[in-house]
Design a protein around this ligand. Structure first.
Ligand SMILES: C[S@@+](CC[C@H](N)C(=O)[O-])C[C@H]1O[C@@H](n2cnc3c(N)ncnc32)[C@H](O)[C@@H]1O
Length: 290
């Protein structure tokens, strides 16, 4: 096994960048299921004893986090796959971290663009190369808020006219609400034909107003070990209306759990307050069926 993910290169887990390693640990575990929701044989190349130890500690205190990552991975995998099969030619993954979809899902039919900080993307490219993993991807180091998403894309031969799927996973909770809206506006105003999926927390979770003490306790523990959750949305349909976007789908992770894990009980009330959604512009992407 190539030794590229050395301890020195593993990023601090308490900052937003380091969160990618924890998510990767949670995601990887699904491979051990008898009937996994998805198969990700690549993600393990970034994992080591250190990432496992930290993720295990977090999961012990916040077991729901692991399952929520797996449920959203399955949902986004399916939407992405169907988008490409339906004709989308470009996939943009914002805050891609250690996302492996460029190497796993239909890379021969679409070009992937991944945006994250340079340290994460350099480690990613280096590790994929060391393991001989091919991915049809352009890495775009930068901050999609401060540098401007569209400016970053324009520097990388992104075609604003081609049907495009944007995936924004594991990010909106961690950045300011005004920045989430700014990103959505940039996509809406510059890309002709797109669909976009992201996950989000209900604002009640952020404000500690769900009425469930177990959720408040959960966040307190989670934030003390990980990174703060600062943004949530109460009604995503209202946000979509305000931005003149069309809401195609909106599921709570409790809905996904009922669909994907029939027979298993929910580990936490939090699943009812954590969502995935898919939106599109007024024109609509090429594939009306997700
Ligand atoms: C929780 S991780 C999620 C990674 C990946 N999307 C996933 O779900 O596995 C968040 C990632 O978003 C990146 N990120 C957050 N804000 C960003 C920004 N403004 N510009 C670029 N990357 C950002 C972080 O560096 C980190 O890699």
């Amino acid at each position: 096994m190539p030794e590229v993910n050395s301890k020195d290169e593993t990023l601090a887990m308490s900052n937003v960048t380091g969160t990618a390693f924890i998510v990767a640990e949670f995601r990887a575990e699904e491979n051990e299921e008898t009937a996994p929701l998805y198969t990700d044989n690549i993600v393990k190349i970034w994992l080591n004893d250190e990432t496992k130890e930290i993720a295990t500690k977090i999961a012990k205190n916040s077991p729901a986090a692991k399952e929520m990552v797996k449920l959203r991975t399955k949902y986004f995998d399916d939407v992405l796959s169907n988008q490409i099969l339906g004709g989308c030619k470009q996939v943009v993954i914002l805050g891609s971290g250690l996302d492996t979809r460029a190497a796993r899902i239909n890379g021969e039919k679409a070009t992937y663009f991944e945006i994250d900080d340079s340290t994460t993307l350099e480690l990613k490219a280096k590790t994929l190369k060391a393991y001989n993993v091919n991915a049809n991807v352009r890495y775009i180091p930068g901050d999609y808020v401060k540098d401007g998403l569209i400016s970053l894309l324009k520097q990388s031969e992104f075609n604003l006219e081609l049907p495009t799927y944007f995936l924004w996973e594991g990010n909106t909770t961690l950045i300011a609400k005004k920045d989430v809206i700014f990103v959505l506006e940039q996509i809406r105003d510059n890309v002709n034909d797109f669909r976009l999926s992201f996950d989000y927390m209900s604002e009640q979770v952020i404000l500690r107003t769900t009425g469930y003490q177990d959720i408040n306790d959960y966040i307190d523990k989670y934030e003390s070990m990980y990174t703060p959750w600062i943004t949530g949305f109460e009604k995503i349909a209202t946000l979509a209306d305000e931005l003149n976007l069309k809401l195609i789908e909106n599921f709570s992770t409790a809905d996904l759990h009922a669909q994907y894990r029939p027979g298993r009980t929910l580990q936490s009330n939090l699943f009812k307050f954590y969502f995935v959604c898919t939106l599109e512009n007024a024109v609509g992407c090429v594939n009306p069926e997700i």
